[in-house]
Ligand binder design. Sequence first.
Ligand code: ADP
Ligand code: MG
Length: 323
Amino acid sequence: MLSEFELIARYFDRPQAPDNVVRLGVGDDCALLAMPPGQMMAVSTDMLVEGRHFFAGTDPDKLGHKALAVNLSDLAAMGAKPMAFTLALALPSADESWLAGFAQGLFALADTEGIRLIGGDTTRGPLNLCITAMGSVPENLSLRRDAAKNGDDLWVSGTLGDARLALEVLQGKSVLPDDVLALAEARLHRPTPRCALGMALRGIARAAIDVSDGLLGDLGHLLARSHLGADIHAASLPAGPALAQQPAQMQIDYMLNGGDDYELCFTAPLEKRDAVLSAAASANTLVTRIGNLKPGAGIRILDATGMTLPFTSNSFDHFGKDM
Ligand code: ADP
Ligand code: MG
């Protein structure tokens, strides 16, 4: 049986020389980070709980990826460059095949993004994965929720709705051909944090949020902070490749209220349209213009003729009345 310290040493301590940012990593009472001059630290924590955010028995490699990806998505939505992360882990037992799979998924993404695990905490308990990610963003260039302006274009990255489609199948509420399910499951299990896009949008976009609980709900948070409303053109919403093969009503419903998309929803002035497209191209990421910000409050969904479609947000709320 592995001890706590053997477990950390074997799976989570990857000794590396100090660099410009990480002066001291795993192994002391604290890690020590140096901030580049003129930069602010962006910090975000997200927790994944078994039975709540993922099914018991989910492939540990996928969990390692997703636990880090959801945190990096928050940094992306702030325009921050990922620097480092910590990992607080509660495990029912020191299951080495689980740990090896988890570490593989986790470090594959960490290496892709060029960031280091600098510390954490490990305890016995019901499976619970909590990551805190730290990033840097130049002062005055962060993409805050409260920075949108009336008339701004509304944009979304990537595609929406495929993760929700996969979830419906895994919950036994729907069936899909294997090849279509594989497309959708990739979005549920291996979301791509849009870090490159978030950084490329510095100084171009005004406000941003990442779509984790559904477009309507998350955009609603941005609008509330900016004291504005929005019109969305239903026909312009980008459906995921699996969802695009489903009935039209399901498409719009999952794109607006799906959840687990981890795309960026952002606003930018009209005169920045070309700049947004160049930023997206430089980040190798699709972006779509889906509407505009309006005075007042609330989101209107418009069809091709300009009629308002009846949609309300049923964004996920862990303490909502149906939970
Ligand atoms: P402390 O008692 O000071 O909290 P711990 O004994 O919990 O320290 O941890 C020892 C070292 O291992 C610390 O540097 C801590 O950051 C690191 N650590 C613990 N768990 C993890 C983990 N899951 N991933 C990375 N580092 C970890
Ligand atoms: Mg500790």
